[in-house]
Ligand binder design. Structure first.
Ligand code: OSB
Ligand code: MG
Length: 384
């Protein structure tokens, strides 16, 4: 395959209003903040990547501002003018800078996109080529929808009904201490047979094991990240007390973390977020481990713009991603995204991989400029 030479990189920090605020155990968010990476090759090909991030260190340690800092001061100077034979070799080029997974993942994603476009292939097919033989892309990803904490149980049941009517085949409810058993009971009572799961975003403590065990009665597909983000060990102890499978999100930041989680019985299912593990090369290593160990796997989301969503759909279309991913249609998030065409929910709760080369969606420059201005205005008004 043709290598690329990185000529320049431009960063675009954007703020896109959500159609509705998204509330988790961390709090409510009204806008998507992201750092978009625009990479131009010596041949004039443009690759795009998204640093899936928030404005504050809630989900991860990083913020939009730290990502900009780490990229512009350190990572970009190390790669401008350099050639990349294959995107899987890219992590070694910025290896001397530690951590900052969300920042590095966005940069690496832009390299993957530029490389796929240079070789005139869909990103999904490039990923498939990097997996074991027989792992061709399915061309579409099976998806579900993540529903934030609502003001009441009735509101929750109403939103679930709406999403089921739209065609989503798997429902994830955000929970927190004090908003758990009753919400699961209400939704289960209204919909006895749907694929239902809960995500606690690390809100519980090991002492809450008994309360969490009460959730077993609701036939949940899984419970995601009940305990602390840095506590694999106690998830292992908790899993032994639950019938419901524990899915790890925050706790697995690398292939090595996954091996530890498997070793201590802390994981029954993996939510794989490219940003959390530092990019698609690490995702491919994790994908290999999951298929080897038959660990159920799905791709998580962080309410990405179309740039990140397109790359995530491309990865989620790989065959060993065998549970519905947290990647919903564009109209679940934004009135107008920064890319076209929008992602539309297809038959059997799927999103199709776009046809074009690379991520297969086009940046809308005017909307990008407006979203950048919105970020500047937000800061001028005192941030948050
Ligand atoms: O825990 O999966 C999570 C969004 C922001 C931060 C953390 C999480 C989420 C989601 C969103 O659940 C899922 C989506 O992108 O639709
Ligand atoms: Mg989660």
């Amino acid at each position: 395959m043709k290598p690329i030479t990185i000529k320049s990189v431009e960063l675009h920090t954007v703020c896109l209003p959500y159609l509705a605020p998204f509330e988790t155990s961390f709090g409510a968010e009204t806008d998507k903040i992201a750092v978009l990476v625009e990479l131009t090759t010596a041949a004039g090909v443009i690759g795009w990547g998204e640093c899936s991030i928030e404005w504050w260190p809630g989900y991860g340690h990083e913020t939009a501002v730290t990502a900009q800092h780490i990229l512009s001061e350190f990572m970009l100077p190390a790669i401008i003018g350099e050639s990349v034979e294959h995107p899987r070799e890219f992590p070694a080029m910025i290896k001397r800078f530690r951590g900052n997974h969300h920042a590095r993942a966005g940069l690496e994603a832009a390299v993957w996109d530029a490389f796929a476009k240079t070789n005139d292939m869909r990103l999904t097919d490039l990923f498939a080529r990097c997996a074991s033989p027989g792992h061709e892309s399915e061309g579409r990803a099976t998806v579900g929808v993540s529903i934030g904490i609502q003001p009441s149980l009735d509101d929750t049941v109403a939103v679930v009904c709406k999403r089921l009517k739209e065609g989503y085949g798997r429902i994830k409810l955000k929970i927190k201490r004090g908003w758990d058993i009753e919400v699961a009971r209400a939704v289960r009572a209204a919909h006895p047979d749907i694929l239902l799961m809960l995500d606690a975003n690390s809100d519980y403590h090991p002492e809450d094991a008994e309360r969490l065990a009460q959730l077993d009665q609701f036939k949940l597909l899984m419970i995601e990240q009940p305990l602390a983000h840095d506590d694999i060990y106690d998830h292992g102890k908790l899993q032994k007390r639950l019938r419901t499978r524990v899915c790890l999100d925050e706790s697995v930041k690398s292939a090595s973390d996954l091996q530890i989680a498997l070793q201590v019985g802390a994981i029954g299912i993996l939510n794989l977020k490219p940003a959390r593990v530092g990019g698609f090369s690490e995702c491919l290593e994790i994908y290999r481990i999951c298929s080897e160990k038959s660990l159920p796997l799905w791709v998580g989301g962080m309410l990405e713009t179309g740039v990140g969503r397109a790359a995530n759909v491309s990865f989620a279309a790989l065959p060993a991603v065998n549970l519905p991913s947290d990647i919903s249609a564009t109209d679940r998030y934004f009135a107008a995204d920064v890319t076209e065409p929008p992602f539309v929910l297809g038959p059997e709760s799927t999103l199709a991989v776009p046809d074009g080369a690379g991520i297969g969606v086009e940046i809308q420059r005017e909307r990008l400029a407006a979203a950048k201005q919105r970020w500047l205005n937000r800061n001028a008004n005192g941030g948050a």
